[in-house]
Design a protein around this ligand. Structure first.
Ligand code: ADP
Ligand code: ADP
Ligand code: MG
Length: 452
């Protein structure tokens, strides 16, 4: 569908990123802000900006009625949801459709099918995509859970079917813990996601998190854009991402891309999406989940493919055909992203909101910053602590590491605590340097730091 004005239903660096993409393709944009975000960058730099409610997200950034009303009042005929917030809400995508507003993302049907992680796995399995061994669908009784866990073998994970953001995942090492962990997981899932359904999955020991970016247009063309390795995680949350993955081979990439395209087709997918896989030490890969939105770490893919993913999202939503086929995609060089958070790594990564007294950002060839902060800006305490992303691109992994080290050491943020020095230490770690790390690496690295 054609549209001319896009409302951005988000905040922070991703809202700024989307403003840029809209302008580059010649579209007007409207941003929305909560009363706590009056001085936020996304509110200041848009063509128009509308206050949609108080600081608490349920009444502002998650307030569907207020967002639709903001579209009607400003004449916006499309919504870009960014990531987090309503980006994976089938209900919101449906509401947009009912109001004749283009939701820049997949259909409500795809979102609802894939957002139910247990059901998504069933669909993928039926389509011939390898999945992590586990329960068929959600767990209905303790007896059921015991039987399945015994079959797949401990340790297992209890995972919230509606989960996301690394939350609602619990490890169970033996049968006597199962009842307790199951109950805790259900409580947690209900509290965070308003849905207490959980499923069981075998815990894959020491895997890599490798995800494939795809783009699918409304004409049935689906193209895979290489992978991102997101194994550097703290409490199942990503800290640093890179592309290509250090463990990738041409053959593995071809097979994973084929599986990703199959997964997207199995769910009738249209727009940008990411298929997350775990890869074990023998380079076997298993489907984990599909994220039906733009992802935080999308810039590393943009660097190695030269394709603007947010612009592509907009063009796909306007029913344009993908301007390339699978054979046209070339992966060039190496890219790394560091998430820059307002937090104190010394105090167990406690968030550190406050006023940015001084700011100096790195630059130069192959250095990109996606940020939402400026000197004098006060970071409110209500939202995610990620304030910027630093991304570099160089011909080789070695050169990308050198560039990232330099960029991190140039980056100055005064007035609040950040994880910049922590990221720099990680960039100098020997294991990282050699590409010798998996999903378990960062947690054990942090344990060692505590001891020393
Ligand atoms: P990515 O896979 O893009 O790296 P993350 O897991 O870091 O995504 O999530 C991106 C943002 O969305 C984070 O702010 C995270 O807290 C939030 N988020 C993701 N899924 C959910 C969810 N189901 N419920 C609430 N917040 C979520
Ligand atoms: P979310 O929806 O919160 O992103 P995921 O299902 O993508 O949840 O899992 C988040 C992270 O948890 C993964 O990147 C991985 O590090 C870890 N994880 C999830 N499932 C497994 C598993 N079966 N075995 C080992 N690690 C897992
Ligand atoms: Mg995930």
């Amino acid at each position: 569908m054609s549209f001319s004005k896009v409302l951005i239903a988000n905040r922070g660096e991703i809202a700024v990123r989307i403003i840029r993409a809209c302008r580059e393709v010649g579209l007007h944009c409207v941003t929305v802000y909560s009363t706590a975000d009056r001085s936020a960058l996304h509110a200041k730099i848009a063509d128009e900006s509308v206050c949609i409610g108080p600081a608490v997200t349920k009444d502002s950034y998650l307030n569907m009625r207020a967002l639709i009303a903001a579209c009607e009042n400003t004449g916006a005929d499309a919504i870009h949801p960014g990531f987090g917030f309503l980006s994976e809400s089938a209900e919101f995508a449906e509401l947009c459709r009912e109001h004749g507003i283009t939701f820049i993302g997949p259909s409500p049907e795809s979102i609802s099918m894939l957002g139910d992680k247990a059901r998504a796995k069933e669909t993928m399995k039926a389509a011939g995509v390898p999945v992590i061994p586990g329960s068929e669908g959600v767990i209905t009784s303790l007896e059921d859970a015991k039987k399945i866990a015994a079959e797949i073998g401990y340790p297992v994970l209890v995972k919230a079917s509606a989960g996301g953001g690394g939350r609602g995942i619990r490890r169970v090492d033996s049968e006597d813990q199962l009842e307790n962990q199951l109950a805790l997981a259900k409580d947690e899932a209900l509290k965070f996601f308003g849905n207490d359904e959980v499923y069981l999955e075998k815990l894959i020991v020491g895997p890599h998190h490798v995800e494939i970016q795809i783009l699918a247009d409304s004409f049935g063309n689906t193209v895979a854009l290489g992978e991102r390795d997101c194994s550097m995680q703290r409490r199942n949350q990503k800290v640093l991402e890179e592309s290509p993955s250090p463990l990738m081979t041409d053959d593995l990439r071809r097979r994973m891309q084929e599986a990703a395209v199959k997964a997207a087709k199995a769910s009738g997918y249209c727009n940008a999406g990411t298929i997350e896989f775990l890869v074990d030490h023998e380079r076997n890969f298993y489907f984990m989940e599909m994220n039906t939105r733009i992802q935080v770490e999308h810039p590393v893919t943009e660097f190695v493919t030269g394709i603007d993913l947010v612009q592509m999202q907009i063009k796909i939503a306007q029913d344009e055909k993908l301007p390339f086929a699978q054979d046209d995609i070339k992966i060039t060089g190496h890219s790394i992203e560091c998430r820059i958070n307002a937090e104190n790594p010394e105090l167990d990564f406690r968030p550190s909101p406050g006023t940015i007294e001084a700011l100096y950002t790195p630059g130069g060839p192959g250095v990109r910053i996606d940020s939402a902060v400026y000197q004098g800006y006060t970071i409110p305490p209500y939202y995610d602590s990620m304030i910027a992303k630093l991304i570099v691109h160089a011909p080789t992994r070695r050169e990308a590491i050198m560039k990232m080290r330099l960029a991190l050491s140039e980056f100055i943020v005064e007035g609040i605590d950040t994880n910049i020095d922590f990221q720099l230490r990680l960039l100098k770690n020997k294991n990282f340097e050699e590409g010798d790390y998996d999903n378990a690496f960062l947690m054990s690295y942090l344990e060692q730091l505590k001891k020393s």
